[in-house]
Design a protein around this ligand. Structure first.
Ligand code: TMP
Length: 212
């Protein structure tokens, strides 16, 4: 395959995506593979501003699901063109903490927006470049709540998504599992319940396959 590899990390709240992404980056760099790490929503100054709105907007004016979807896609189109696509062109491997499958799961599954509309917007915002490999770190909602709760108590408060109820997060989880089942060649579903080292053991095996 020409260019670098594009690897994304998906999953519900508290699944440990960021930790696994960092372990993955260290593993690949030790093999002299050039790696760019980034995240969504965010990854550029403009997209990070949209992230702040998306995660922390409160009170007065309601942030409608449709607006939320378009802000996610606006952040993505900026991020794809500024960071992801140029890095892949340069032959670097891009590791991204969440990507468009999160839109399908959160705005599609949990907020109930038309999946066909979302699929079109996802492809458009991403510049029609699909991830080569996507790790879905799967975790029961209850365990994710416990982990995210620990993080929030140090950070001060829950963000807009973490504050959603259990049914919302159950929808997110089931949507992710359905997306993964529909694209088995792209997805690796990994149980996120073990220690970070145990979870990374499974990820390492998949990386060895991709970079053999
Ligand atoms: P996180 O990066 O800390 O997980 O926070 C990002 C939040 O944004 C998370 O709750 C999932 C949500 N999200 C969406 O709803 N749609 C998207 O397309 C993306 C990338 C994230």
């Amino acid at each position: 395959m020409a260019g670098g590899k594009f690897i994304t990390f998906e999953g519900p709240e508290g699944a440990g995506k960021s930790t696994q992404l960092q372990l993955c980056a260290a593993f690949l760099r030790a093999r002299n593979i050039p790696v760019v790490t980034t995240r969504e929503p965010g990854g550029t100054p403009l997209a990070e501003q949209l992230r702040t709105i998306l995660k922390t907007h409160r009170g007065g004016e309601k942030l409608h699901p449709e607006t939320e979807l378009l802000l996610m896609e606006a952040a993505r189109s900026q991020h794809a063109r500024e960071v992801i696509l140029p890095a892949l062109e340069r032959g670097e491997t891009v590791l991204c903490d969440r990507y468009y499958d999160s839109t399908t799961a959160y705005q599609g599954g949990a907020r109930n927006i038309d999946p066909e509309l979302i699929a079109g917007l996802n492809a458009f915002a991403a510049g029609f470049r699909k991830p080569d490999l996507t790790f879905l770190l799967d975790l029961p909602v209850e365990s994710g709540f416990v982990r995210a709760g620990k993080r929030s108590s140090t950070a001060g408060e829950y963000d807009r998504f973490e504050a959603e109820n259990r049914a919302f997060h159950e929808h997110v989880r089931q949507s992710f599992l359905a997306i993964a089942a529909a694209e088995p060649e792209r997805f690796r579903v990994i149980s996120a319940e073990g220690t970070p080292e145990e979870v990374f053991d499974s990820i390492r095996e998949c990386l060895n396959e991709l970079f053999d």
